[in-house]
Design a protein around this ligand. Structure first.
Ligand SMILES: NC(=O)c1ccc[n+]([C@@H]2O[C@H](COP(=O)([O-])OP(=O)(O)OC[C@H]3O[C@@H](n4cnc5c(N)ncnc54)[C@H](OP(=O)(O)O)[C@@H]3O)[C@@H](O)[C@H]2O)c1
Length: 440
């Protein structure tokens, strides 16, 4: 195989790679680097060689793609080896991954990571460190697994002023919500099944409370709006309070319920929130089911576009990691420097959740007595919230209660919360079962 310059790619000096972690993703990366060696060398313009791999437990059985002699439990064997030009961090978690990435950059190594937690919490600081030294810091695999997202935001979409992004970026919860919607199953049995299938962790809170989606949204919103978004600035509400009946009622009204990660430009600020939301069933995003992910972007030049695919899994994630590696190796193989990390910050403020304006769906159980609905309308009206529709769903004549579903017009979050607090105190209101925001 010969490059455009006439030199055989495999005859050029190799780019040596050190990897931290050989789990689900690391094994896929090792296997691909091993099995696709020739094709990758051709794409990179030089051989790309996995030199050392750090793991925690040397006695675990491993992929045959890594020879036992390449494995080590000593991080210094990668971070302090001057021959290693690129470090791939695939350990996960905040520490020690963060310290290792800093050490790698400090030692002049380019870094590729799939670590959403580290990039969401420390991305700007690491990007500045890498930029200062002219090093690459690539993290395509940190959001959306195999779906290209970071590169499009860093390159292809740069000409756009992005007004909004709406994303389904947690496959576990999307799988669970799809089962609840399609089969009428409640949250707890669906969670138990997701755990049995290995989609959900034994401690599922990272997924079901929206933490994972909030990390990913912080990264995407930061790129889309060229501004720093810390994960704790993302408003976060999980899916644990949803009931199968909400999905039934949503469908009757023409909606799906999804755990949405939303970032929008609003009044010179950026709103960033993760919560369950009604979304029109005929919108593409409303039809993204199962473990699939999708990110919908509204740009002033592109209009609405959508990225869709497998947001996790060994091989989809490997695709993103290895693409980042090829990009770095291409530059190094030609004696140049890879595209350095971008450390820009437009400094847009984050809109407080209280000021966010949306429509709402509310499901309530009321005592079957006259005047209750008028009192609810009054409580909402006192805070300038008007009701778009009320539908009586089920009534239990023995218990003398009825369930209603109401949809509001646009309202501010703080007004809606204040109104709900008043509604809860009304003697005719037994319970407010669910309040879900509507994304039109
Ligand atoms: N799995 C996915 O589908 C997916 C998708 C997108 C992004 N990611 C991200 O990719 C990264 C890796 O995920 P994964 O699923 O591959 O994780 P994993 O299967 O748990 O593998 C983690 C690897 O890191 C090693 N490790 C952990 N802590 C270590 C330490 N302190 N020192 C040395 N080695 C250590 C482990 O060693 P042992 O093998 O010896 O335990 C293991 O090989 C995470 O940041 C994750 O968020 C994963």
């Amino acid at each position: 195989m010969t490059t455009a310059q006439g030199t055989s790619a495999s005859a050029r000096p190799p780019v040596l790679v050190g990897m931290l972690g050989l789990g689900v993703v690391g094994s896929g990366v090792a296997q691909t680097l091993n099995e696709q060696r020739e094709r990758l060398a051709e794409q990179a313009g030089c051989p790309v060689v996995l030199h050392r791999v750090v793991v925690r437990d040397l006695s675990k059985p491993r992929t045959p793609a890594v020879a036992h002699g390449q494995l080590t439990d000593d991080t210094a064997a990668v971070l302090d080896d001057p021959a290693i030009a690129v470090v791939i961090e695939l350990m996960g978690g905040e520490e020690p991954a963060l310290s290792y990435i800093k050490r790698a950059l400090g030692a002049g190594k380019h870094v590729i990571t799939a670590n959403k937690e580290v990039m969401a919490k420390h991305g700007p600081e690491l990007a500045a460190l890498a930029a200062e030294r002219g090093l690459a810091l690539h993290y395509e695999a940190s959001v959306g697994g195999g779906i290209p997202l970071i590169a499009p935001f860093r390159q292809s979409l740069l000409a756009n002023r992005i007004s909004a992004l709406h994303a389904i970026i947690n496959g576990t919860t999307n799988y669970m919500l799809t089962r609840m919607a399609k089969e009428g199953v409640e949250f707890s049995p669906v969670l138990a099944e997701a755990q049995r299938l290995g989609y959900a962790e034994p401690d599922p809170s990272y997924d079901v409370e929206g933490t994972d989606a909030a990390f990913k949204l912080a990264i995407l919103a930061g790129l889309a709006f060229h501004t720093r978004v810390a994960p704790e600035q993302v408003y976060r509400e999980g899916i644990t309070k949803l009931s199968a009946r909400d999905f039934r009622y949503a469908r009757e009204l023409g909606y799906a319920i999804k755990l949405l990660a939303i970032a929008k430009r609003a009044n010179g600020a950026v709103e960033v929130r993760v919560h369950p939301a009604f979304i029109a069933e005929d919108r593409l995003l409303g039809q993204v089911d199962g473990v699939f992910n999708a990110v919908e972007v509204d740009g002033d030049l592109t209009g609405r576009i959508m990225f869709y695919g497998r947001g996790a899994g060994s091989l989809p994630t490997t695709s993103a990691v290895v693409a980042d590696l090829i990009e770095v190796a291409q530059a190094l193989g030609h004696g140049g420097r890879p595209r350095p990390a971008v450390a820009g910050d437009a400094g847009l403020p984050i809109q407080p959740m209280d000021e966010v304006v949306t429509r709402y769906y509310a499901r309530m159980t009321l005592r079957d007595q006259p005047g209750v609905l008028a009192q609810i309308a009054q409580a909402l009206g006192d805070l300038q919230i008007s009701i778009a529709s009320v539908i009586q769903k089920e009534s239990d004549s023995a218990a003398q209660v009825a369930e209603i579903v109401l949809m509001t017009h646009l309202a501010r979050e703080d007004s809606m919360q204040a109104a709900l607090a008043r509604v809860r105190l009304l003697p005719g209101v037994v319970d407010i079962g669910a309040v879900i925001r509507v994304e039109d």
